[in-house]
Design a protein around this ligand. Structure first.
Ligand code: FA5
Length: 344
């Protein structure tokens, strides 16, 4: 019996060394370690052996089983690994190859500047909200002291969605100022809000004008708000965004919904006041319109103008971005040219 077990072991190991695939290995396992294998029968037949042989044969049969089992597992591991190698094409991996860069997205320069503007005003206590791009005639014009026959409507070349004769006509907002009305209708003073958003005008485009651009509206209403608060707030804003050394010009301007009204311009970065195509040879680029909220506008929104006063402003984000980064044409922003956009 021990000789038979020796013979079985050497045959099994010889055959195992010739096995090259997992299906063949499985056949080998069934043949030598399976329930019907000679080794399993030998182990089962131990009980019928004479007592003096049982111990020695049992020990030998067990050692054969352990050896076959161990070699089988080693082979299984080796064949499984080589299977993985084959499935990845048998090619060796060059661990020195640099990884492929993963392209990262970034925020559009206009979005970055809107965030910067809002954070400057947030530091001064303003809340940030947004409002609808499709507006009613009432909010865009009427409530802002611009009735149907008012010549100031010509300042805002409007994209109408309904007939403009209709008093409830919808339009694409020409400025963010309608949000002044919506805020004052919904909230009671004291108020401090900024409203970033898209605006639309049916205008020919040039280096500083586009038909779609962004504005940030600002509104502060409280008791005792004066023109001095307005100027200090806007000068502080200009210092934060453009630095202390950039020239800022404050002049009177007319908007029907403020009294008095003004505009702020920044020294042209390109010609430093000498005059160029970008600033229309004036040396300045206008960035915002502003003024003290008109008493009639306050009253229309249910705010008593004998108690409260306020200031408002509306700034052009593309103009500010042009000045901030020295961009020579507003139309670059929406050209979709990655060579331009990747610089920000
Ligand atoms: C207005 O839109 C007023 N609503 C601003 C205002 C608000 C005045 C509150 C008083 C109180 P204006 O049309 O000037 O004003 O536009 C404001 C700013 O938007 C301009 O200073 C400019 O920076 C920007 N802007 C105007 N038109 C264009 C355009 N076509 N393309 C790019 N930016 C523009």
């Amino acid at each position: 019996m021990p000789q038979e077990l020796d013979q079985l072991e050497s045959t099994a190991l010889l055959e195992l060394s010739a096995v090259e695939t997992l299906p063949h290995l499985e056949e080998w396992r069934v043949r030598y370690l399976g329930k019907k294998s000679a080794l399993t029968s030998a182990l089962r037949g131990l009980a019928s052996l004479p007592a003096d042989q049982r111990k020695a044969v049992g020990a030998r049969a067990n050692s054969v089983k352990i050896r076959l089992q161990t070699d089988y597992e080693a082979k299984l591991h080796a064949l499984s690994l080589s299977g993985i190698d084959e499935s990845i094409g048998g090619a060796s991996i060059d661990v020195t190859l640099p990884g492929r860069p993963v392209p990262l997205g970034r925020l559009h320069p206009i979005t970055q500047v809107i965030q910067e503007i809002c954070s400057v005003f947030a530091r001064m206590g303003f809340q940030v909200i947004d409002g609808p791009e499709v507006e009613r005639d009432y909010y865009n014009f009427e409530a802002l002291n611009i009735p149907q026959d008012h010549p100031a409507r010509d300042m805002f070349a409007t994209l109408w969605l309904d007939s403009k004769e209709d008093r409830a006509a919808r339009l694409l907002r020409t400025h963010t100022s309608p949000m002044q009305i919506r805020i004052m209708e919904e909230h009671k003073p004291p108020l401090r809000f900024v409203v970033p958003g898209r605006t639309y005008r049916y205008e020919a485009t040039d280096a500083t004008h586009d038909w779609m651009f962004h504005q940030v509206e600002g509104l502060a209403v409280d008791t005792d708000i004066t023109l001095r608060d307005l100027k200090e707030t806007l000068f502080e804003f200009c210092r934060s965004v453009f630095g202390r050394d950039t020239g800022v010009r404050f002049r009177c301007d007319y908007f029907p919904f403020v009294e008095p009204g003004g505009e702020v311009a920044i020294e042209c970065f390109q010609c430093k006041g000498g005059g160029c195509r970008l600033c229309g040879s004036t040396g300045w680029l206008e960035i915002l319109g502003t003024g003290m909220v008109h008493p009639d506008v306050l009253a229309r929104c249910g705010i008593d103008p004998s108690v409260y006063s306020g200031f408002a402003f509306g700034m052009g984000v593309e103009r500010i971005t042009i000045l901030r980064y020295g961009v020579d044409d507003i139309r670059h922003f929406y050209s979709g040219d990655f060579r331009f956009l990747r610089q920000f």
